[in-house]
Write a protein that binds this ligand. Structure first.
Ligand code: SAM
Ligand code: SF4
Length: 475
């Protein structure tokens, strides 16, 4: 199929899928990763060019260890060049786990009769958000099953409720959403509540495999889900996140399909996805965990590096599904956001107990149980600047990753200073004395590095104001 960008038709009529499995396999089967070709593709990415499907196919087929190392090194360098050393932090907040779908990999699926289901009431949401604010969180992603209860009106209500919770110096400044796709009108209602990113993962872009894993409910409809973010765009919601659940089908196919989805959104709406997620399937309540396409750690690292090279200006999200060791490793190759202090069981942020996960209450197993404080401590140790920045979104600077990437000096002028300011707030309000000392050392070191910059005196001035009690200062 020749790729012709086609927008969603109004009103919501079925749209032709923009994924052609044969086309994607054609690219993969024809790609010959010679040394010259692989190096040429890496160089193209390092010159900050988006990679084509053909280029990406070369990288996914590369197995020669020396060349794989060059791919990893290329991603590491590109990440440093494009993003510097900031890592944005967030936490998921599950609002309700009722679900009418039967996705065979998920603990919330209808066929899991043992699932313990809840929808948090307003008072419980407030309590949870207060607990998250007490830990220093500023950015949340609200998560919902697919169920008539979780209507656009309900989601909009919960978003507004979350924004309204202020405890001490705590507040949530950005609420993202992970929920089922709506029609255009539904997306419009959710947008009006002031959300950041709306994430929908296609799970697998391979239609037959999709049918095999999605056994009941509205989510069975591959095309309705695939075109969900087109409807979001038509509703004016231009900040969207895509993703694939790795382990359902060949990872190389999913990587190319994610790039195709990106190109589709760029071609039709002039804006690509804000973020790409690449969860790997984890254990969940009585699921069949023998996966034909299980992705090894080695391939996982490689696929993240390839995504970094292929779409240099898209945020990459790595979650607590992965172990501490894998998170530590993958962080180097281009991840821009991670969660910290994650709890999946509904209503447990406000409980101090730290019990083992009960899979009938949770969607899946997580492998990084560290608190936000511990994660921030480690990030600082490794010279990453933890960031809670929400400036672009609040100033209406959408397409921020594109700006970071393409506007000369954008990171130096905006992103790094804002990361330092939000880190200062965290250190003042929530950190232990030890982390505070380490954090200020990193801030000072970074300020020395940006010494030549025009606004370095202004950054110092704002840091001093935060120390004196002002909050929410940004560029
Ligand atoms: N119900 C919404 C939906 O399906 O779009 C919300 C999705 S769910 C709460 C968020 C994502 O978790 C899913 O899209 C899926 O990719 C992922 N997920 C589901 N089961 C998983 C498992 N066993 N291991 C890892 N990730 C899983
Ligand atoms: Fe429901 Fe989402 Fe789980 Fe599917 S992945 S069963 S839609 S919560």
């Amino acid at each position: 199929m020749k790729f012709t960008p086609e927008r969603y038709s109004i009103p919501d009529e079925p749209m032709k899928p923009f994924i052609d499995a044969d086309e994607i396999w054609g690219y993969i089967n024809n790609a010959k990763p010679t040394k010259e070709k692989v190096r040429e593709v890496i160089a193209k990415a390092q010159a900050k060019n988006r990679l084509s499907l053909e280029d990406t196919a070369i990288l996914v087929n590369t197995t020669d260890p020396e060349l794989v190392e060059e791919i990893l090194q290329g991603a590491r360098e590109l990440k440093e060049k494009v993003y510097g050393n900031r890592i944005v932090l967030f936490a998921p907040l599950y609002i309700g786990n009722y679900c009418t779908n039967n996705c065979s990999y998920c603990g919330f699926r209808t066929s899991n009769r043992d699932a313990i289901r809840t929808t948090l009431c307003d008072a419980e949401i407030v309590k949870e958000v207060e607990a998250l604010e007490d830990n220093g969180q500023k950015r949340l992603i609200l998560v919902y099953g697919e169920h008539p209860t979780y209507s656009p009106e309900f989601i909009a209500h919960t978003v507004k409720l979350v924004y309204g919770v202020k405890k001490g110096n705590g507040e949530i400044r950005r609420v993202n959403i992970n929920a089922a796709p709506f029609d255009i009108e539904g997306f419009r209602k959710v947008k009006e509540s002031g959300i950041g990113t709306y994430q929908i993962f296609q799970e697998t872009y391979h239609p037959e495999t999709y049918a095999k894993y999605h056994l009941g409910g509205k989510k069975r409809d591959y095309n309705w889900r695939l075109t969900g973010l087109d409807r979001a765009q038509e509703a004016g919601l231009d900040d969207v996140g895509i993703g694939a659940l790795f382990g359902l089908y060949d990872w190389r196919f999913e990587v190319l399909a994610l790039i195709r989805h990106t190109s589709h959104l760029e071609a039709c709406y002039n804006v690509g996805p804000h973020t790409i997620s690449f969860p790997r399937i984890q254990d969940a309540a009585s699921i069949d965990s023998k996966l034909e396409y299980k992705v090894s750690d080695e391939d996982f690292v490689k696929l993240v590096a390839i995504l970094r090279l292929a779409v240099p200006y898209t945020g990459l999200i790595l979650t607590a599904r992965e172990s501490v060791a894998v998170r530590r490793q993958v962080l180097q190759f281009g991840v821009s956001q991670i969660d910290g202090g994650t709890k999946l069981e509904l209503g447990t942020y406000s409980e101090s107990k730290n019990e083992e996960q009960n899979l009938n209450r949770e969607q899946f197993m997580i492998n990084d149980n560290r608190s936000l404080g511990e994660i921030i401590d480690e990030l600082i140790e490794h010279d990453y600047i933890p960031s809670f920045c929400t400036a672009c979104y609040r100033l209406g600077r959408t397409g921020e990753h594109f700006m970071e990437f393409s506007v000369p000096g954008f990171i130096k002028r905006f992103c790094t200073p804002n990361a330092l300011l939000t880190l200062t707030e965290y250190l003042e309000d929530y950190a232990s004395d030890e982390v505070k000392a380490k954090g200020y050392k990193l801030i000072e070191k970074t300020l020395q590095e940006v010494h030549e910059q025009r606004n370095s005196a202004e950054i110092r001035n704002r840091i001093a104001r935060i120390k004196q009690g002002e909050r929410d200062l940004y560029f």
